[in-house]
Design a protein around this ligand. Structure first.
Ligand SMILES: Nc1nc2c(c(=O)[nH]1)N[C@@H](CN(C=O)c1ccc(C(=O)N[C@@H](CCC(=O)O)C(=O)O)cc1)CN2
Length: 298
């Protein structure tokens, strides 16, 4: 069997085009553009790239982008004061603080300071709680992007066995909640899970989010299963290469031989993260401005 390749880049481009249409309609209705503020602390190279991409994508969708950069040694009070200022700014519909933060800053405290109704990352405990009990709120971008790809690939997920490998607050836990809400039978596996291979082999859906390069082997995958690879790991450069290759948490070549469908790295889940962020920001703008957005429009 050769698996279908789930093209996250193409799906994200389609979503971004729909967001741009709705952003134009929002501007007409509200008399202003939707606005997304992104805060970057420090000079982590990957974070700089992601923040630049977010700003560019926001502008391309016809929304305002507000970028705030603080030095790596910025103190907590300065960062919290900036978040409070953005909470109070009516031009800002969504606020995102790029993670990871420098080690001296308390991520949970910073996230807790963001107004939950502007928390387009869906990391605030209020939004985590809303997701857990099935109330409307903001859902973290990466897992929501994975769910969109899964529904596009499989249609109705009800009754399917799903394994989420990884239990982070940002991906693993919300992913499991989303799959449960779709009536999947969900297992969350992690570093202490016994017989991980057997657990994975039972699953119709595998979501790998562990941050370990090519850990999930093709022999672990049930034939025909759908595999979503959230990992983005850079291998050490091979001889003659200036940069190492990007790989996921799944052994892609082996998985292609067994699975029904699989996301590549790059070009799978990664592009969905930014597209869903724009979607969440536009949803926030509609809610903040009291402008209706049809259910399921985005
Ligand atoms: N506040 C947040 N911080 C972080 C988040 C987040 O959702 N909110 N997620 C990640 C980083 N991230 C966005 O911020 C992100 C990661 C990867 C991609 C992406 O498109 N990856 C490409 C490959 C990129 C490359 O060449 O290196 C792909 O997979 O095709 C987008 C966004 C951590 N921090």
């Amino acid at each position: 069997m050769t698996a279908s390749i789930i093209d996250g880049k193409a799906f994200a481009a389609g979503l971004r085009a729909r967001i741009a249409d709705h952003a134009a309609a929002f501007e007409q209705a509200a008399g202003r553009k939707a606005g997304l503020a992104v805060v970057l602390v420090g000079e982590d190279p990957a974070s700089q790239v992601y923040v630049r991409s977010k700003g560019k994508a926001t502008l391309e969708c016809g929304m305002n982008s507000f970028e705030h950069k603080l030095p790596a040694d910025a103190d907590e009070a300065t960062l919290l004061a900036l978040v409070e200022q953005l909470n109070a700014d009516p031009a800002v519909d969504g606020i995102l603080v790029q993670l990871p933060l420098p080690a001296h800053l308390d991520e949970q405290k910073v996230i807790a300071t963001i107004n939950p109704d502007k928390d387009v990352d869906g990391f605030h405990v209020t939004n985590a709680g809303r997701l857990a009990v099935g109330l409307p709120g903001f859902v973290p971008c990466t897992p929501l992007g994975c769910l969109m790809l899964l529904k596009d690939q499989l249609g109705n997920l009800s009754g399917l066995d799903a394994v989420v490998i990884g239990r982070s607050n940002i991906v693993g836990k919300p992913m499991a909640q989303l799959l449960l809400a779709e009536s999947c039978t969900v297992t969350i596996a992690h570093s202490r899970t016994k017989n991980l291979e057997d657990v994975v082999r039972r699953a119709d859906i595998v979501v790998a989010a562990v941050g370990r390069p090519e850990m999930v082997k093709g022999s672990w995958i049930k034939p025909g299963a759908t595999v979503i690879d959230v990992g983005i790991n850079r291998l050490p450069p091979a001889e003659g290469e200036s940069k190492g290759r990007l790989v996921g948490d799944v052994d892609y070549a082996q998985t292609l031989e067994v699975a029904g469908a699989v996301t590549p790295v790059p070009g799978g889940v990664g592009p969905m993260t930014i597209a869903v962020l724009l979607r969440n920001a536009l949803v926030a703008a509609h809610r903040n401005a009291g402008v209706a957005l049809a259910d399921g429009a985005l």
